[in-house]
Design a binder for this molecule. Structure first.
Ligand SMILES: *Cc1c(COP(=O)(O)O)cnc(C)c1O
Length: 489
């Protein structure tokens, strides 16, 4: 027997010397605290030298390396070259700026190690509690269903899946979309986020099923055009199924008329899904919650704690008003996943609310941050960003060199640097150059977009570290770069 199974020395991944590991871990924590404390003094971003690019092409490590050496490599090659989104002057893509407590939450979740696919343990209760808190923030009933997912894109896909299955008129899970008697139509504005295209494609409905409804001067869905499209679709034998209202568009932050759309959905018998990845959390902000009034009337909501709650990536959330419809879309119970009367499997399976089987313990970081700061603080921070965006808007409006490109509603500001006598193309080139030089200098980061046919720069102030002084400095830099580029061109 010993010949067939020779006894080898048994190994594990635990450190051979826990005291040594403690020293390393303490150093990592010390460095991490210094990194965040001194964030403002470092450039927002810097490009990587060839040596760093080459470092990440090193071959598969066969032999071990002391952890201290590996960590030193990270200090040289990784830590100095982040995306920059946690810096106080990062307003490029709409994303959160992280938090140290959130990072501790990630650490503690990994130490706990539980798989949040579900089961009878405290982490699963915490997951349920966080979902309950998010429902309460949205004004959703306690009985609603919900799940934490990787981000807003996944949350939207889950919401639209439940909408499709509920509205199809056939058992889509059993029969598949090939059995649909009529092609389904979903509706969103022409400002809708790209993840919805992926969603309808993935759901087998095809991109054409997503009807893009024109927007008004404020970039909100034109409800007359929505009703007309629904009518046309019925006449053509299609099945109007779901309106996707956007609460906070990615381009300009415009918020669709949630009450008006709810009314149309009621009249027409349609599902209302709200993409609230940007704006849903305004519901906790005292000065701005009125802007998303009506969100509580949705059939499903996608929201994004890794944006306005600044939870470290990843954390998105799908909420479905009717928990039964939510379960019906995803629950599957093979024998190895049956609930048992007692023990570790004596609980609801959280995987019944989404596509993942194994799930990370995302709830812990959200829970920790909400407990530490309280919801009111997050509400104030959201109001703070919106008021900073209004301040930036004011500085732009009073400056002859700058021009607003879209109305600012919340914390997104679209504008451009202007100079007389330049063609449209030359203006776009000039503004793009300003944007890139700001990034390369590590001063600030904004993006560019096109609003109502006009190219512009776009600042999305989803950042708890931003101060008004950062905004003044940004305006000074934009103007001086604009001048400099025009003079040297
Ligand atoms: C960010 C965003 C998404 C996608 O969310 P992720 O978390 O990046 O997956 C969807 N819709 C809107 C309006 C967004 O702003």
């Amino acid at each position: 027997m010993n010949e067939t199974y020779p006894v080898k020395e048994e190994e594990s991944l635990d450190p051979p010397d826990w005291d040594e590991m403690r020293d390393t871990a303490y150093r990592v924590v010390d460095d991490a605290i210094a990194h965040l404390r001194d964030l403002r003094d470092r450039p927002l971003w810097q490009d990587m030298p060839p040596a760093v690019r080459a470092y990440f092409k090193s071959p598969l490590p066969m032999a071990p390396s002391p952890l201290n050496d590996v960590y030193a490599d990270l200090q040289a090659n990784l830590i100095p070259y982040p995306m920059g989104n946690i810096h106080p002057r990062f307003w490029m893509w709409y994303m959160g700026s992280g938090s140290f407590t959130g990072a501790l939450g990630e650490f503690l979740a990994a130490i706990d190690g539980s798989n949040l696919g579900g089961g009878n343990f405290a982490g699963a209760l915490m997951d349920g509690q966080v979902i309950g808190w998010l429902k309460e923030m949205m004004g959703f009933p306690e009985t609603a269903g919900g799940t934490l997912v990787s981000g807003g894109s996944m949350a939207n896909i889950l919401g639209l899946t439940v909408a499709r299955n509920t509205m199809a008129g056939i058992d889509v899970r059993a029969e598949g979309i090939a059995a649909l008697k009529q092609p389904m139509s979903f509706y969103g504005s022409d400002q809708i986020h790209s993840c919805h295209q992926k969603a309808v494609e993935l759901l087998g409905l095809g991109n054409k099923a997503l009807r893009r409804i024109p927007t008004d001067a404020d970039l909100r869905m034109d409800l007359g055009a929505l009703s007309a499209q629904i009518r046309r679709d019925r006449e053509e034998g299609r099945l109007p199924a779901c309106v996707i209202a956007t609460a906070g568009t990615v381009n300009t932050g415009a918020i669709d008329d949630l009450h008006g759309i709810r009314q149309i959905c009621d009249d027409e018998g349609l599902w209302l899904h709200v993409d609230g990845c940007i704006g849903a959390l305004l519901a906790i902000a005292p000065d701005n919650r009125h802007r998303v009034d009506g969100i509580e009337g949705a059939n499903s909501i996608a929201l994004d704690p890794h944006k306005l709650l600044h939870v470290p990536f990843e954390a998105g959330c799908a909420l479905i008003r009717d928990a039964g419809q939510h379960r019906d879309a995803f629950a599957v119970h093979p024998e190895y996943l049956e609930e048992k009367p007692r023990g570790i499997a004596a609980a609801e399976y959280l995987q019944d609310y989404g596509l993942q089987t194994s799930r990370g313990f995302r709830a812990l970081k959200v829970w920790l941050m909400l407990r530490e700061h309280g919801v009111a603080k997050f509400g104030r921070l959201i109001d703070q960003n919106i008021s900073q965006a209004a301040y930036l808007t004011g500085l732009i409006e009073e400056d002859a060199k700058l021009e607003l490109a879209a109305p600012s509603t919340i914390n997104i500001v679209c504008f451009r640097y202007v100079a007389s006598g330049l063609s449209t193309a030359a203006l776009a080139k000039l503004n793009t150059e300003i944007m890139i030089r700001l990034q390369e200098s590590g001063t600030a980061a904004v993006s560019d977009t096109t609003v109502q046919g006009r190219h512009c720069l776009r600042a999305a102030l989803c950042n708890h570290r931003t101060r008004r002084s950062d905004i003044r400095m940004f305006i000074r830099e934009v103007k001086s770069l604009g001048r400099e580029i025009l003079e040297t061109d």
